[in-house]
Design a protein. Structure first.
Length: 270
């Protein structure tokens, strides 16, 4: 067969690769638990209040790789794998780098090379997830990656530097994971500001929030985000709202699905 004969046309449909990051306790794990038939690879102990299937808490990097291998080689009916969370997985990866290099701290590796060495383990994790996602030779599983948020200073070459939210990961790891994912979603609370008169002709801005949880889907100066589904700029923090935009989804069915036990526990978990 010639190379031109192998040219494909049409839209390729494959399971999604999603990173959801946000502030502590906002409902990130609940979002993952609402995906189709999920199983969690937990690197932090925070799923106690969520009714979900999960591997034992991973205490080292090898146990994470073993869990990925088990999902690939053993029979099961899971449709989604959730890593909760990436920033705690990063600690296990750094510990693995230290073990291999015979040092106590990743900072003991000169010239910040330890963080570059850690990319070997990150790529191994992403390769394992890609194998699980492969609908032909793998398991056809959707990937959900959970991370906490941090505030970083962004050096924009076109403007003055400013603060923004980003995943709480080293910048090298964060870059390759964001590139790999189809969606990078920022979970936050809706906040409004208003000017309050404090007297003596002095006004200050006060933050006002109702507790409404939302997902930001498009990059803005205040946060990192992206999506390949032409999503609205924001959605309610509810997996069903996101799933309504997946190829082949029936929006009304997805959005109006019965409330799950996991959804009811959103206030209690990250």
């Amino acid at each position: 067969m010639t190379l031109l004969a192998q040219v494909q046309s049409g839209r390729a449909v494959a399971p999604r690769r999603i990173m959801l990051y946000g502030t502590h306790g906002i409902g990130k794990s609940t979002f993952g638990s609402m995906a189709e038939k999920p199983v969690f690879i937990q690197t932090e102990d925070g799923l106690g209040e969520i009714d979900c299937d999960r591997f034992p808490l991973a205490e080292n990097y090898a146990q994470v790789i073993d869990a990925l291998g088990a999902l690939y080689t053993e029979e099961h009916d899971y449709k989604t794998v959730v890593i909760d969370s990436l920033d705690w997985l990063e600690r296990l990866i750094w510990a693995e780098v230290c073990r291999k290099r015979g040092v106590q701290s990743i900072e003991d590796i000169g010239y910040a090379k330890g963080y570059a060495f850690a990319l070997t383990q990150w790529r191994e994790v992403l390769d394992g997830l890609s194998a699980l996602r492969d609908p032909v030779n793998g398991r056809g599983m959707q990937i959900v990656l959970i991370a906490h948020a941090k505030i970083e200073k962004f050096e924009n070459p076109e403007t003055d530097s400013y603060d923004r939210y980003s995943p709480r990961l080293h910048k090298l790891a964060s870059a390759i994971i964001q590139e790999w994912c189809d969606e990078v979603l920022f979970a936050t609370y809706r906040v409004h500001t208003r000017q309050v008169d404090e007297g003596f002709d002095r006004k200050v801005a006060k933050g006002i929030g109702s507790g409404e949880r939302i997902i930001r889907t498009t990059e803005r100066p205040a946060h990192v985000a992206k999506n390949r589904l032409n999503l609205p700029d924001e959605l309610p923090l509810d997996y069903r709202e996101y799933a309504a935009f997946l190829p082949g989804a029936q929006p009304q069915t997805a959005i109006n699905a019965p409330t799950t036990t996991a959804a009811q526990g959103a206030n209690a978990n990250g």
